[in-house]
Design a protein around this ligand. Structure first.
Ligand SMILES: [Zn+2]
Length: 143
């Protein structure tokens, strides 16, 4: 077992660490592999939620379905990273919180954008970035 700060083979190969799907998140990653952004939607009150979790935050129902959303959103907040945690992350890059059209906030990156030009309130659209056969990452671009 590696300590959190110990580099793994993947990191030493110059690649970013990738998410490992769990039983809870696998439907989300299956959607990503098909270039679909899926969120859990409560079947009791219809609220969308992100990140994946067992209970609805609004009504505590355990009854949900995975539902494709528009991929449209608005920049809620952001920061520009100049000193990356690993060399594989090419700085500067934008870490942003996107308010999805369906309501939830999603932590992500805005890509293909001059960091000096981004503004809170800018409209964005999801972009799918295939990392491996198993993992496609979600980013956003200016709409
Ligand atoms: Zn609910």
């Amino acid at each position: 077992m590696h300590a959190a700060s110990e580099p793994t083979e993947t990191m030493m190969a110059g690649q970013i660490p990738l998410p490992v799907p769990s039983k809870m998140t696998e439907p989300f990653w299956a959607g990503m592999r098909q270039n679909k952004l899926l969120l859990q939607r409560c079947k009791t009150c219809n609220a969308y939620r992100w990140t994946p979790q067992v209970l609805c935050r609004d009504c505590y129902s355990e009854d949900y379905e995975w539902s494709e959303v528009s991929g449209k959103g608005t920049v809620f907040s952001y920061t520009v990273v100049h000193r990356p945690p690993l060399p594989a992350f090419k700085a500067p890059y934008i870490v942003a919180v996107i308010e999805l059209a369906e309501g939830p906030l999603m932590l992500t990156n805005v890509i293909d954008c001059d960091p000096a030009a981004l503004k809170v309130g800018d409209k964005v659209k999801v972009a799918f970035e295939k990392a491996t056969d198993e993992v496609t990452l979600y980013r956003f671009r200016l709409a």
